[in-house]
Design a protein around this ligand. Structure first.
Ligand code: FAD
Length: 471
């Protein structure tokens, strides 16, 4: 009659599936989080996500305490800590929400085994997406590989049942306090240092609430503004969706209702939330594609390697490619932990198709730098840009970084924010400074383009020819 809720990527009390099911089924419910050494020990000592997580845990602990519970935080290996805690607390079941990343599934299998040997069980629920795994399949029972028909099927299936909230508060009386809930450790306690990031997304579920409130005032303009990085167009909620500090059901419900009220912005935004579900089901059906090309013939491509390739990669990471929009994007990433969606596409395309580097190098850099890093979405985005993914950009479609810049940052406002050395250039010159204002560029410390786009384009078409011959 006692249960433990193990929080992972669901750091909230509101509308939380595992928490709800635990409260419904047990008389005393404990809550825990493991700062998992299997993950943390491999990270650099200053990691932007770790700070976000600790702040989110503090808010979660407060929210649980207000309801009579509290958060037990352990620092160790989950497969040891959770079974041990289950034994100490004498619980019969541990409740979690599904985490379908391959490594998380392997971890959960070890935890379940540890629990079984102590006569307890692991019970897992859907919480992270609206539809998961095989919930949306094609007419013949296969997984969708193309987004639009997936989205149409998603929209046909969705109804109030799938979007309604789990009424956690109605059952909160079962929350139990343990003397083990001794507060959330500090960064220093777990051997980390501050990452010195400019925080722009708020703390935990309260931060998500503030962002959502702000976004709902602008959601009607989303479809018009979302492609222009200088404008406040998107919601900036991605990190909160990643760590579950906001409920996806709540967001999808709000968007769905507005869409039915004729709101075009909400309709387009809902479509983005459906992309998120889409990539999650791709990960479930094709875990192999999390490390290899979704289309195997793309693994025959020979990417650039060696010292020159390494130097190009370094220039890309540091925002020194000589293409202002790409550089502004890469600097936004390192300074804020966020990158605008349009720029993720531009920067990713630039890495594969201008620099000729393996998409996996870029994917790994994003994985380290993004606050909202999510395996399914990041891999999906990278394989879209490299053309190796399902429903990807065709390989012969190659973004021109200068025209992307002219189109999506027409006045250079975004570029000026992150490349102040270009601030004096006018709206036309700023997109291609070496070409259009060579004199003004002398001595400002901004690099010449590391590759010539037209030549790189030809090299890329030649490089990708191997795909055509194998497809
Ligand atoms: P909004 O425009 O407000 O969108 C709302 C939500 O929809 C996002 O928070 C996100 O959860 C979801 N979403 C939007 N676009 C996509 C998409 N294309 N695929 C999946 N979900 C989407 N998103 C991540 O959450 N984590 C990543 O690691 C990630 N890596 C990416 C890498 C590349 C190369 C590309 C092209 C895209 C990547 N995306 C990733 C998708 C997208 O860029 C971000 O979700 C978005 O920029 C986050 O900002 P927002 O919350 O303001 O988005």
């Amino acid at each position: 009659d006692r249960a433990l809720v193990w929080f992972r990527r669901d750091l909230r009390v509101d509308d939380q599936a595992a928490l709800y099911h635990a409260l419904r089924s047990a008389r005393q419910v404990y809550c825990a989080f493991v700062l998992d050494r299997d993950i943390l020990d491999a990270l650099p000592r200053a990691d932007r996500r770790v700070e976000f997580i600790l702040a989110a845990l503090e808010v979660l602990d407060e929210d649980l305490r207000q309801r009579g519970g509290g958060l037990i935080v352990r620092h160790g290996i989950a497969a040891d800590e959770i079974p041990r805690l289950a034994e100490e607390l004498d619980v019969q079941a541990v409740f979690v929400n599904h985490d379908d990343e391959p490594q998380a599934l392997a971890r959960d299998a070890r935890v379940a085994e540890g629990l079984r040997s102590r006569s307890a069980e692991l019970r897992s629920f859907k919480d992270h997406v609206v539809f998961e795994r095989s919930e949306v399949l094609t007419g013949t029972g296969g997984a969708y590989g193309v987004f639009t028909p997936y989205k149409n099927a998603w929209l046909r299936k969705v109804d109030a049942f799938y979007l309604s909230a789990y009424p956690v508060d109605r059952h909160a009386a079962a929350l139990a306090m343990s003397e083990r809930a001794g507060g959330v450790p500090t960064l220093g306690d777990i051997g980390f240092q501050p990452a010195g990031l400019t925080p722009h997304v708020g703390r935990g579920s309260r931060g998500a609430e503030a962002l959502l409130e702000d976004f709902l005032e602008r959601i009607g303009e989303y479809h018009e503004k979302r492609d222009f990085p200088a404008l406040k167009g998107p919601s900036y909620l991605s990190v909160h969706l990643r760590f579950g500090t906001v409920s996806i059901r709540r967001l999808a419900r709000l968007a769905h209702e507005r869409m039915h009220g004729g709101d075009r912005g909400a309709e387009v935004w809902l479509s983005e939330l459906i992309w998120r579900d889409f990539y999650h089901q791709v990960m479930h059906h094709h875990p192999r594609a999390m490390t290899a090309s979704f289309r195997p013939e793309y693994d025959a491509i020979r990417w650039e390697t060696g010292p020159h390739a390494d130097a190009l990669f370094q220039a890309w990471c540091e925002g020194r490619t000589g293409y202002p929009l790409v550089d502004a994007a890469m600097r936004q990433l390192s300074q804020t932990g966020y990158m605008h969606n349009r720029l993720r596409m531009v920067a990713a395309s630039f890495l594969c198709k201008d620099l000729g580097l393996d998409w996996r190098r870029g994917e790994a850099w994003f994985a380290q730098q993004l606050l909202d890093f999510d395996l399914a979405a990041n891999n999906g985005g990278w394989q879209w840009a490299s053309s190796s993914g399902c429903d990807a950009q065709p390989y012969f479609r190659i973004f021109n970084p200068t025209s992307q810049s002219e189109k999506f940052d027409p006045d250079g406002r975004f570029i000026r924010r992150y490349c102040p050395e270009l601030a004096a250039l006018d709206g036309k010159a700023i997109h291609a400074p070496w070409q259009r204002a060579p004199l003004a560029m002398q001595g400002v410390g901004y690099p010449r383009p590391v590759v010539d786009h037209a030549e790189a384009r030809e090299r890329t078409l030649a490089r990708y020819a191997v795909v055509k011959s194998r497809a």
